[in-house]
Write a protein that binds this ligand. Structure first.
Ligand SMILES: C[S@@+](CC[C@H](N)C(=O)[O-])C[C@H]1O[C@@H](n2cnc3c(N)ncnc32)[C@H](O)[C@@H]1O
Length: 248
């Protein structure tokens, strides 16, 4: 049974179900953009246009939640016949949620991943010749500290900065900076100036992720990215002199 004490399922606008957290009083995805659509356009398609030709792709998925970003990555690999090795590391605080995901109503696009969904739910790990997925049941802040220059991609998909500020602070992004490769790419739905400042103050370049079928989002990298439009941070700061990044 999908964990119904702290969550209710909600049908989102692309026809895929997401969940509402009674604890955080927030949906897991934008119900307007759609759960699967949001994962694809704000995270997976955005990074794969740059990274898909690598022999190995290593991803930090903050946080696992219902697993859409991880599963949408697998979907992209399957649909595009990618043969790269894929390693995904994903922290998640809510053990009961992960254990209940075997009965979540995933979109039909994820049907062929049933074994993977079940293994992650039961053992926290899935592994075959090509793919390694590890879900760490615990605090993302602690987990991130373990890695140095490891990740090609960071999906920054925590609950919103106002609801879950500890995963959006300047100090948090300092740890992310240590764990991401110099040419790594971070994606997030957040377009708040406080989020962008916390990244910018850690030397990330800030880019726009825009498309007709979804609300604007953010891409960040320690390197220059050619595929995205730069956000002029000095100008934003000059226009909003009181804006501040979140701090621990
Ligand atoms: C917006 S949801 C993640 C959505 C997810 N990417 C998906 O596709 O379903 C945020 C998740 O962060 C988890 N969380 C909150 N604080 C955390 C922390 N400090 N460490 C790890 N997970 C955390 C929550 O339990 C929740 O599952």
């Amino acid at each position: 049974m999908f964990n119904s004490e702290l969550h209710t399922m909600t049908l989102s606008e692309d026809g895929s179900y997401t969940a509402y957290s009674k604890e955080y009083e927030e949906h897991y995805h934008s119900t307007k953009d759609g759960a699967l659509h949001e994962s694809l356009v704000k995270h997976v398609l955005t990074v794969m246009q740059v990274k898909e030709k690598q022999d190995e792709i290593v991803i930090l998925d903050i946080c696992y939640g219902l697993g859409f970003n991880t599963l949408a990555t697998l979907l992209y690999f399957k649909e595009n016949n990618l043969t790269s090795k894929l390693r995904i590391y994903s922290p998640e605080l809510d053990e009961d949620l992960v254990k209940s995901l075997q009965s979540f109503s995933y979109p039909k696009e994820f049907e062929s991943f049933k074994e993977i969904i079940d293994d992650i739910s039961e053992y926290g790990i899935y592994q075959d010749e090509q793919i390694y997925i590890e879900v760490y049941l615990g605090d993302a802040r602690e987990y991130v500290k373990k890695f140095v220059h490891k990740f090609d991609i960071v999906y920054q998909d925590a609950f919103s900065p106002s609801t879950n500020p500890m995963l959006w602070t300047k100090e948090y992004f300092k740890d992310i900076k240590r764990s991401i490769k110099d040419d790594g790419i971070l994606t997030t739905y957040s377009i708040s100036l406080a989020t962008r400042l916390a990244l910018y103050e850690n030397d990330f370049n800030i880019y726009l992720n825009i498309g007709e079928s979804y609300r604007d989002a953010t891409v960040a990298s320690l390197s220059c990215l050619e595929n995205f439009k730069t956000v002029d941070m000095p100008h934003k700061i000059a226009c909003n002199p009181d804006a501040k990044s979140l701090r621990d």
